[in-house]
Ligand binder design. Structure first.
Ligand SMILES: Nc1ncnc2c1ncn2[C@@H]1O[C@H](COP(=O)(O)OP(=O)(O)OP(=O)(O)O)[C@@H](O)[C@H]1O
Length: 345
């Protein structure tokens, strides 16, 4: 039984999701204590409980302590069971984060899986659907499995009620990859989405982006969605390069001017563009679990976040891999995952 300290490093929900995913993938049970100790409202929130229930279903697991607000949980899976599942966060909690807890083991399961995930699809502090679809899943497909995501309906904080489907055709073994060069940037595009909010919000966001990032007219779009249960706004900036499409996003919030939301997106994208690295900060923390399951991989990225370092620590508790962070003279980092077995074979 692995003991996980939920207060380590970032001390957030990612520690739990990584532990669930790797417990399923390796068949190793774990106990986590001090869950999300570094958050204002520590313990299991609805989104984390939804991840626990999803992992319990996929792994026919025995779970002790899964309750709202709980700080301690034991999880003991029986195996990995592909199939058809529907999971509902039951609030605006992020459904893409629920996927983080169950996708990795399903990538090498013994059959296909279709997941219907309901809840928030465009949440602050979580991968928005577009990032999942255009940034993260192409990396997963590069590793062997066929995985596609289809958005049925967007769900914004606080109403939620979004839905998407994920189809997974697994492979026998994940192949790691090297992603060290970005290559040329072929296209930058921005999209501002509003649901049940005035169109001028989106137009003001795009005006800011256009002022600071060189974009062609046909690379700007305002999208007004009518099928979202509640109001919401997201602005995304996609940087498509030879190696990867990175997506930076900002979320409209009451009391925060649209211009400020868009400027934060501009700042993130500029940092990424100037650094000439292929992998942005969020993708970096999310690539570690699949690369560790593959047993190898390397990528160049921005200085790692606490999420990334924390994730590396949790992963190394479950898997016989080394994860190294190599600071380069130009300020970028090369993160490498290698199997401890390969080193001694
Ligand atoms: N704008 C974004 N685009 C892509 N991914 C994002 C974005 N914002 C956050 N993420 C990803 O969402 C995850 C958030 O992890 P975190 O530990 O903060 O989880 P949480 O469960 O939402 O929060 P909490 O810490 O409150 O439990 C990370 O993998 C991070 O890379």
């Amino acid at each position: 039984m692995i003991q996980i300290d939920g207060a380590y490093g970032e001390g957030g929900g990612q520690i739990l999701r990584t532990a669930l995913a790797l417990s399923l993938a390796t068949g190793t049970p774990f106990t986590i204590t001090r869950i999300r100790a570094n958050r204002n409202r520590p313990g299991l929130m609805r989104q984390h409980l939804a991840a626990v229930s999803a992992a319990t279903a996929v792994g026919h697991a025995r779970t002790i302590g899964a309750a709202l607000g709980a700080g301690r949980l034991t999880f003991q899976p029986e195996g990995v069971y592909p199939g058809r599942y529907r999971f509902d966060v039951g609030s605006a909690g992020s459904a893409t984060l629920v996927l983080q807890a169950i996708l990795p083991p399903l990538l090498t399961a013994e059959g296909d899986t279709r997941l219907i995930l309901e809840g928030g699809t465009h949440n602050p502090f979580a991968p928005p659907f577009d990032f999942l679809d255009r940034t993260f899943l192409p990396m997963i497909r590069r590793m062997g499995p066929e995985v596609t995501a289809t958005l049925a309906r967007p769900g914004f904080f606080p109403a939620g009620g979004g839905r998407f489907q994920v189809d997974i055709r697994p492979c026998l073994r994940l192949n790691g990859f090297d992603l060290l060069q970005r290559g040329s940037v072929n296209r930058c595009s921005a999209a501002a989405v509003t649901a049940k909010l005035p169109r001028h919000i989106a137009e003001r966001e795009l005006a800011v982006i256009r002022r600071h990032i060189t974009l062609k007219d046909d690379c700007l779009s305002v999208i007004e969605v009518s099928d979202s249960p509640g109001p919401g706004n997201i602005v995304t900036l996609a940087v498509e390069s030879d190696a990867v499409t990175e997506i930076f996003s900002g979320f409209g919030r009451r009391g925060v001017p649209a211009e400020k939301v868009a400027m934060a997106v501009v700042a993130e994208a500029r940092e990424y563009l100037a650094a000439d690295v292929p992998v942005g900060r969020r993708l970096a923390d999310q690539l570690l679990v699949p690369l560790a399951l593959a047993g190898r991989g390397r990528f160049r990225t921005l200085p790692p976040s606490r999420h990334t370092r924390t994730n590396a620590h949790v992963i190394q508790q479950f898997l016989e891999v080394d994860i190294t962070f190599d600071a380069k003279a130009d300020g970028s980092y090369e993160i490498a995952v290698s199997s401890r077995h390969d080193a001694t074979d």
